[in-house]
Design a protein around this ligand. Sequence first.
Ligand SMILES: Cc1cc2nc3c(=O)[nH]c(=O)nc-3n(C[C@H](O)[C@H](O)[C@H](O)COP(=O)(O)OP(=O)(O)OC[C@H]3O[C@@H](n4cnc5c(N)ncnc54)[C@H](O)[C@@H]3O)c2cc1C
Length: 419
Amino acid sequence: MTVAVVGAGMSGLALTHFLAERGADVHTFEAAAEPGGVVRSKTVDGHVLETGPQRLRLSEPVQSLVETLDLEDELRYGHDDQPLFAYHDGQLRTMPLSVREAITTDLLSWPGKARVLLEPLTRGPQPEETVDGFLTRKFGAEAARRFMGPLYSGLYGSDPDEMYVEYSLGRALDHVGIERSILLYAARKLLEGVDPPSIVTFEAGLQRLPDAISEAHADTIELNTPVTSVERAGDGYLVHTEDETHAVETVAFTTPAPTTAALLDGVDPAAADVLKQFTYNPIGVVHLRSDFDGTGHGFHIIDDGFLTDGSTWNHSMLDRDGVFTSYVGSGDADALDADPAVIGRRAAEEFETVTGEPADVLDVSILRPGMPAYDRSWAALEDLSLPDGIEIAASYTSRAGIVGRIADGRQTAASIVEE
Ligand SMILES: Cc1cc2nc3c(=O)[nH]c(=O)nc-3n(C[C@H](O)[C@H](O)[C@H](O)COP(=O)(O)OP(=O)(O)OC[C@H]3O[C@@H](n4cnc5c(N)ncnc54)[C@H](O)[C@@H]3O)c2cc1C
């Protein structure tokens, strides 16, 4: 079985790893000089900064990769027991992530809290429902707008009013087997005493994970080698790069939808047209240094008028001294076109407004295309039909998180080899 994997972000690396483990003859092409895609760590003024994800959960697929790659000693554990905040009505207020926080928080009114308890009486996701519509129907408008919507959209950098449940939250609910009540599921887990997997990163930053996978498969991964086109050849495909052509039986795309669409155009224009419809949200990531010593994982901003969507407190959650990461302008392409220095200054000012402490800008990155929007454009997924020998293993067709990317790589490798 010969397979070309296009892209060496977490999806492509996981797929490469599990294909090699199953004995496939795999060849992986990565356009950038480094593996990892959006998982990118750098050191600025002695601070380890993450321009993509800030941390991972050490769930089974991650744990087993970490053991295989012998990375246990490099793990850095985060503090699981810290609160997360919402900035609402000019104040930081605790998000109700535990029973005690649900009772004590002033983020929700008593009627708002009481409304949440009616959730088990409501139905599961309905066709064509938005995340905002779904959360409002289940938990009431107050909890949906001040707590669950911001919490969920913070993961995806998208507006809950624009996201379709079936392409985003619904997948996560399916994955854990929730058909109807999220509240009863959470209560059952609480009674069973099941803790979520630990929050982790690596001493050198999250990019250590893709770097280690890439090192383990160095003979099959070509960096600095963008795939320029793909064409059919008999029962298989020819994969072209600037300097070479590779004949393979299967091509697995792990690149963002616009890139995959351009490369598929020569193979299956109808499939390429479907992928062209998917929209992405660009996002700005501003790293700040501050003496703010609040304890918590960070905050989401609910109040209007801010460019900042939220902030991760790397200082508190991961003991990264003085480092705070603000996500800004998600989906606002015009705002993100501004001079990065202006975006950085605005993020620092808004951080001071929220926390009361000044901050200096360490770094500004603008990610494009950014996060898959999981909005109405995802309805196009229904029309996606791929020719034999073409696979897609990417964040826009299944779960976006790193754990989901590893699990998808394992599953796609199995189905390619079994076919
Ligand atoms: C800001 C941000 C924060 C996030 N936070 C979290 C988090 O806290 N926890 C979590 O679990 N997940 C998080 N995620 C999600 C997760 O990081 C991503 O979904 C996942 O890393 C995407 O990996 P990927 O390989 O599918 O895509 P990408 O990382 O986009 O990789 C695609 C790769 O394809 C390469 N490529 C492009 N064109 C070509 C070409 N022509 N030929 C060859 N290669 C090409 C690119 O260079 C890139 O390396 C976050 C994502 C972002 C953007």
